[in-house]
Design a protein around this ligand. Structure first.
Ligand code: SF4
Ligand code: SF4
Length: 352
């Protein structure tokens, strides 16, 4: 992607930059909650953006697919219904996304723009969003995005991108951010970044060096074609007994996964008025597939655990040519049963 321009923002000036972004935009960014946990949340003040966070435990998908969303409201009178769509989405910025979370947005884009029924609420919100990614020089031991071809310094699919830079040769902690402007949406943020200096020759060299060092940490890629083929052949294998056995079906892995997008549709009716509401759901719950008749095609946790893996690494790859996993490691960090998707992928690859 062609970089339009690069500005240098001292870390101490980031609140001023974020404050300027908040003029006219809702801003979702990494922040710490009351328990000190890093989460993506809507900012109430620019100082809440926390640049010491790694990959926040709560992903940024709520910016694109809210936990609860009114699709439309309606009023019934004399046998007639009047339907009112929700207001148009406000302009918003998803700020500080790790490159794996940016690729998770591309997964959501693929799913929600698929024909024959592209999802209009999603697409409207996506069009109103400016994506500002952020590079990472250190890697969490649970993060395996490199094995899925995502470099933590990769700015692809972003409107703008922050590259953390150390102060000088003797200094290794981040003291400034290089803001790369990459698209027209990025250029539209000019009022927020215009007061900061353009990158000089030394800054450009530091950015290139950061990318070079990150690329040098490359690892062998997981062979998705092999994993997909293997999954097609082991649908009925005993392997799933082993994989599902520790799972308690809590759904945490799905709710915190940046690519999981299952939802339920509910009607909320009061007298003559009502609303059709979309809420997050997960294939890890028994109720998700239970029919009105009581029949459930995924009766046990074995079928539900298998579905999650099949959807991520077989159905997604077959239909959209991308895995529905970006290697963020959140599901590994939160699983109370210590299920590890990396281990599951290894067992699938090795299965004879
Ligand atoms: S977080 Fe772990 S225990 Fe909970 S549903 Fe996911 S795999 Fe099962
Ligand atoms: S499956 Fe786990 S590692 Fe993969 S994207 Fe989802 S939360 Fe991240």
């Amino acid at each position: 992607m062609m970089t339009r321009e690069i500005r240098i923002i001292p870390l101490s000036e980031m609140p001023a930059f974020v404050g300027a972004l908040m003029q006219g935009h809702k801003v979702l960014a990494p922040t710490r909650n009351d328990d000190g946990l890093c989460v993506f949340a809507w900012l109430a003040a620019p100082e809440q953006a926390d640049w010491t966070c790694g990959i926040p435990q709560v992903p940024p998908k709520q910016a694109f697919l809210p936990r609860t969303e009114i699709l439309f409201t309606y009023h019934r009178e004399k046998g007639r219904e009047t339907i009112t769509p929700p207001p148009a989405p406000e302009p918003q910025i998803a700020l500080g996304l790790h490159p794996c979370d940016v690729q998770a947005v591309k997964v959501l884009d693929a799913v929600f723009s698929a024909e024959p029924s592209p999802d209009q609420p999603y697409l409207a919100r996506r069009a109103a969003t400016t994506l500002i990614g952020r590079g990472f020089t250190e890697q969490d031991p649970l993060v395996f995005c490199r094995e899925l071809g995502i470099d933590p310094m990769d700015n692809r699919d972003c409107d703008a991108f922050l590259v953390p830079l150390a102060g000088g040769q003797a200094e290794h902690t981040t003291s400034r951010m290089a803001l790369e402007i990459l698209t027209d949406k990025g250029v539209a943020l000019r009022l927020a970044y215009d007061g900061f200096p353009k990158a000089g020759v030394e800054d450009l060299a530091a950015i290139a060096e950061a990318r070079k060092q990150s690329a040098a940490r490359g690892v062998p890629l997981l062979d998705m074609a092999v994993i997909q083929r293997r999954l097609e052949n082991i649908f009925n294998s005993d392997l799933w007994n082993r994989i599902h056995e520790p799972c308690v079906g809590c759904g945490a892995c799905a709710f915190l996964c940046p690519t999981c997008h299952c939802f339920d549709i509910q009607e909320e009716v009061m007298g003559q008025d009502g609303a059709r509401v979309r809420v997050w759901d997960t294939c890890q719950f028994d109720l998700f597939t239970r029919h009105a008749s009581g029949h459930n095609p995924r009766l046990s946790q074995k079928e539900r655990s298998r579905q999650r893996i099949m959807h991520k690494f077989s159905y997604g790859v077959g239909k959209f040519h991308i895995p529905f996993c970006v290697g963020c490691g959140r599901c590994i960090a939160v699983c109370p049963a210590h299920n590890d998707v990396r281990q599951i992928l290894k067992e699938i690859s090795d299965f004879k």
